[in-house]
Design a protein around this ligand. Structure first.
Ligand code: FES
Length: 101
């Protein structure tokens, strides 16, 4: 088991998260205000942009395969390296014009 540093860029917050646990679990443990709702990878409420680093998130069903490279669903994502994230950044597929197509 490895521990990684997860830093929220612009928020000045960071935490340590094991590669066996989700980022959201660590946020809840440490009192970090990461938004969430469903906690099962379906709603995107917990999404964060990956500025640097890697996660594994096979059950992030709300993201496309390409989006999983750039965004983390923190309720599903487990760190595989130190991470820098931006909270509240969502993939283009959530934009209204994308939903009309
Ligand atoms: S809380 Fe819904 S996708 Fe993470």
């Amino acid at each position: 088991m490895a521990e990684y540093k997860v830093e929220y860029q612009d928020a000045g917050e960071s935490l340590e998260v094991s590669d066996k646990h989700t980022i959201l679990r660590g946020c809840l443990r440490d009192g970090i205000a990461q938004e969430y709702s469903c906690r099962v990878g379906m709603c995107l409420a917990c999404c964060a942009e990956i500025v640097q680093g890697e996660v594994v998130q096979p059950a992030a069903h709300a993201l496309t395969k390409e989006e999983r490279e750039r965004y983390a669903l923190t309720c599903m994502a487990r760190p595989q390296s130190d991470l820098i994230l931006k909270r509240g950044i969502y993939p283009p597929s959530i934009e209204l014009d994308q939903l009309k197509e």
